[in-house]
Design a protein around this ligand. Structure first.
Ligand code: GLU
Ligand code: ZN
Length: 492
């Protein structure tokens, strides 16, 4: 049987890193096993639904270059793939269960259920949940309730005895006593909306899903789903619950740790290939050591057996490292066009950029590639080229382990060495050597000489490499900035 897997998000928020990890695992598993990757939109919770979330889902997958074989937009033989367009299907199957005596109509009012809950809490009753009040209504009782115009829900009859087991590829056998499974959960609401459980099980069956790969937080729903498959007489797909995605502190990844929405990463200037590579390594590895894997490679080598059992840690620093590596590997033209909108937004260049500005961006690419962790870093890294805001706090010029006196000398003497040598066309290594010698004379580290010069020229402690910065500014402007700093610091 060929593999069919699905990503089945609910469009109730922006695509989360953890959700995308689920999508990637499903996608790579489908590709590597010659199967199909299906996208299904589980939008039955209309209160939490938003159009923006649905757009974000499509945009995020498109940005990552993840194409679905069947699903919304592209269609497929088992559509529609949006649950809100499948209500008649859910109704039909729910009613079938009622006809077979495996489910029943419940007419309880919200008030009655509320009272029941209150009593159970008050009495600290061991039995929690619905009391199966409507499980054995007679035909007459039902007819009477119908006459009163009460719209019923449909509830599944959960056995009170025995237990339910399902096998999970990663977690092994998971067993639950039936009496601990929520008593008679609602399958179809009175307004005709299915609950998650009903729609999910019916769709996975009708869409021929072979493997259910989803977050571990869905494990508690497993036994109930298995009961539903059994009630319908359907084969249970293979379960594969994925390890949680945790923050560094071992807690579930959330906003407390930093950005979690893929869109935010995209806006900061992460590259899709870095996100794909790193996110796939959270809870999965090829061999425990390979770090760089392209999407094309993962499409070939992804194996379910290599999914970890233990939670995966999402390390923002590691992602930054991957991203900076991918930025270096990317071609210059792409980086230039990715940087442009940030420079426009910062007001550094016009929209669209003039020819001269285009030229400037082009020249920025090489040094920027060496320093950017994310593309938006270009704004701070290149500010000195577009606006001139000198650093007036002398402490910013003083490198660790140096002091004001040495900094003054470093700026004045070092600056003179630097510009004299640049003007006479000396090689960078020679100039560096000369500045290192000055550092030795002063008894400071190299940075004791370089930092003040860099701050003077780039107006900042974070900057592009020094020689590139000077070349970008032009010798005269750079030297003028240095002299300005010398004079300013002298007066201190
Ligand atoms: N709609 C569910 C979600 O948002 C899908 C869970 C599943 O994959 O079964 O995660
Ligand atoms: Zn009832």
């Amino acid at each position: 049987m060929s593999v069919r897997v699905r990503y089945a998000p609910s469009p109730t928020g922006l695509q989360h890193i953890g959700g995308i990890r689920t999508a990637l695992f499903n996608y790579f598993f489908a590709k590597s096993s010659g199967g199909k990757f299906i996208l299904r939109v589980e939008d039955t919770d209309r209160e939490r639904y938003s159009d923006e979330s649905l757009d974000d889902l499509y945009q995020t997958l498109e940005w990552l270059g993840i194409k679905w074989d069947e699903g919304p937009v592209v269609g497929g033989p088992y559509g529609p793939y949006i649950q809100s367009e499948r209500f008649d299907i859910y109704k039909k199957y729910a009613e079938q269960l009622v006809a077979e005596g495996k489910a029943y109509y419940c007419y309880c009012t919200p008030e009655r259920l509320e009272k029941l809950r209150e009593e159970q809490t008050k009495n600290k009753s061991e039995y929690q949940g619905y009391d199966r009040h409507c499980a054995n209504l007679t035909a007459e009782e039902r007819a009477e309730l119908e006459r009163q115009g009460i719209k019923p829900v449909i509830r599944l009859k959960v056995p009170t005895e025995g237990k339910t087991t399902f096998h999970d590829v990663i977690m092994g056998d998971i067993t639950r006593k039936n009496k601990d499974i929520s008593p008679d959960p609602i399958l179809l609401k009175s307004d005709g909306f299915p609950t998650y459980h009903l729609a999910n099980v019916i769709d996975d069956h009708l869409m021929g899903i072979t493997h259910i790969m989803r977050a571990q937080e869905w494990i508690p729903s497993g036994p109930l789903h298995v009961l539903l498959y059994q009630a319908f007489g359907w084969e249970v797909p293979t379960y594969c619950h994925l390890p949680m995605v945790m923050g560094k502190d071992g807690q579930k990844l959330s906003k407390r740790h930093g950005s979690t929405a893929v869109r935010e990463f995209r806006e900061k200037g992460y590259l899709p290939e870095a996100i794909i590579n790193y996110v796939t390594l959270v809870g999965w590895s090829l061999d425990g050591s390979t770090e760089f894997l392209s999407k094309e490679q993962l499409e070939k080598c992804f194996k379910i057996e290599n999914i970890h059992k233990n939670p995966g840690k999402f390390d923002y620093k590691k992602l930054d490292w991957f991203n900076s590596q991918y930025i270096r590997m990317a071609d210059d033209e792409r980086i230039a066009s990715l940087m442009t909108p940030y420079l426009v937004k910062a007001g550094f260049i016009s929209d669209p950029p003039s020819e001269q500005e285009e030229e400037k961006i082009k020249r920025l690419v090489k040094p920027a590639k060496e320093r950017m962790k994310v593309i938006s870093d270009i704004v701070d890294l290149s500010r000195f080229l577009f606006v001139d805001e000198p650093v007036t706090d002398e402490n910013m010029y003083i490198a660790k382990g140096s002091d004001l006196e040495n900094t003054k000398v470093a700026l004045e003497k070092g600056g003179k060495i630097l510009f004299d040598m640049l003007r006479s066309g000396e090689a960078e290594e020679k100039i560096e050597e000369a500045l290192m010698n000055l550092a030795n004379e002063l008894g400071v580290k190299v940075n004791g000489v370089f930092q003040p010069i860099r701050v003077a020229i780039t107006n900042s402690q974070v900057s592009l490499p020094l020689f590139d910065s000077i070349a970008l500014l032009g010798l005269d402007v750079a030297e003028a900035r240095l002299k300005r700093a010398v004079n300013m610091i002298k007066e201190k």
